[in-house]
Design a binder for this molecule. Sequence first.
Ligand code: ATP
Ligand code: MG
Length: 566
Amino acid sequence: MTTPTELEAAPVQSNFIREIILEDLKTNKYGGRVHTRFPPEPNGYLHIGHAKSINLNFGLAEEFGGKCNLRFDDTNPSKEETEYVDSIIEDVRWLGGDWEDRLFYASDYFDQLYAWAVQLIKSGKAFVCDLSPEEVRKQRGTLTEPGQESPYRNRSVDENCDLFQRMKAGEFPDGARTVRAKIDVTSPNLNMRDPILYRILHAGHHRTGNKWCIYPMYDFAHGQSDSIERITHSICTLEFEDHRPLYDWYIEQLGIYHPQQIEFDRLNLTYTLLSKRKLLSLVQKGLVSGWDDPRMPTISGLRRRGYTPEAIRNFCRRVGVSKTNGTTELGLLEYFLREDLNKRSHRVMAVLKPLRVVIDNYTEGHVDQMEAVNNPEDASAGTRSIPFSKVIYIEQDDFREDPPKQYFRLSPGREVRLRYAFFITCTSVIKNEKGEVEEIHCTYDPATRGGNAPDGRKVKSTIHWVSAAHALDAEVRLYENLFTRENPDEVPEGQDFTANLNPNSLEVLNGCKLEPSLGGASPASRYQFERLGYFCVDRDSTPGHPMFNRTVALRDTWAKIEKKSK
Ligand code: ATP
Ligand code: MG
């Protein structure tokens, strides 16, 4: 597993794909061109794994002054929707991908792909098969057994042409016939065993409507789409390595421009599922609130959670590419997130689980304006003033009536510092009938204004607070990992991955108290709530009902581990 410590040690490195491109530029293989593409299938929302591919394809094009297309591989009408197309466009743009005017769809090439299938039929390289797709699968054999030839394999060219034309005209029902390549049913590579090019599917397509009732298979469309777009380096994930000989075969038989396919490892993350199919089932079963639920590893979920495109890009860059699949720790992504948020977020004070504190020796109705630093990492962020008054809120956790030994926060008789304000000492505790602490009383020392005592006396703890009269009420949502297992796919017999869902992945807190400067915070703006973590205004937040998502807690386990290991 890749840890940040290892990565810290290594500068951003070249990788084998970059080396191939450098070599191709040296030998002038593509006349100096670098042209990549990001080719999603619009059958779901993009996730963090796609970000790796986006970063790679757009990043390489940018580095070498080349181009990167955005192309929808929309060959499967039954699973694809415009909603997905729209979300993918938004997400790629948000991540910084710029395809200029090169937004393409495989469905734009349906006429050309049809003509190419006819060309293969006419040259005796493809045939119409009357077996059902199910029967084709059965005849295909296994890794240890060769496949069987279709009884329809030796139809005449004329008969094949006639049948294909009639398939297109809608004469046959779904599944009645397919067009198959005539390659080699005994090939050790199953993809080469007379694969299907075209199938009958009487289904409307999100772009071509009812024009077609036959659709090309992904494998017949993908390589040729790259060829049409004159892609130089067709970069895809490792599972397509075995498909490469087939893509090469199509392109050679058709005698068309030949892009170079290069495979890299998929991103896998601990405690995370990266499969559109499984993410879709979480959405459909209502186990999350939607594709952009802040617990989802989708780009839209991460965005709503408060992730920045920069943090995701830095993560992808450091993860790099390789030829073997592995798993990266989720903590690594969070490490890059904290690193970025630390630089850019304004600090504010917010109390999530409020405890009322009355300062007995403070004048009723009086207000002090305390000066607070907006971002210690960025002097240009300036300062702001925060109102202080007789009644304030602190975190329930910052008070203990009977403090354990190592507890240095507020307790009866103990003095602590209120961040940017005064020293206070707890004098009494008020409880309800159930014996629960309801309110505490304190005195403050006016001489400690700003947080320092003129006599030099020290306190062991500094806590945050919000003035009750000025506080803004808000809803705050805290998150934990969506799954309890490192590998969510590891499940007991007879269960599926949903058995590993974390029942505590969402905690909604109401009645949280925020400092008044957050009054105008607009959706998607990000803050550090001092001592609590980074938070982001939810997209559904309104001035009447502010809502915040915790992006990530402050605790950086990685930094700690690193310190220890030094
Ligand atoms: P999923 O299995 O989640 O459905 P997919 O590979 O079917 O993903 P596509 O829409 O076909 O999704 O993917 C578009 C591009 O993104 C492809 O080039 C694919 O290789 C790449 N990609 C998808 N998932 C990952 C991942 N986990 N890591 C890196 N690249 C990925
Ligand atoms: Mg896919």
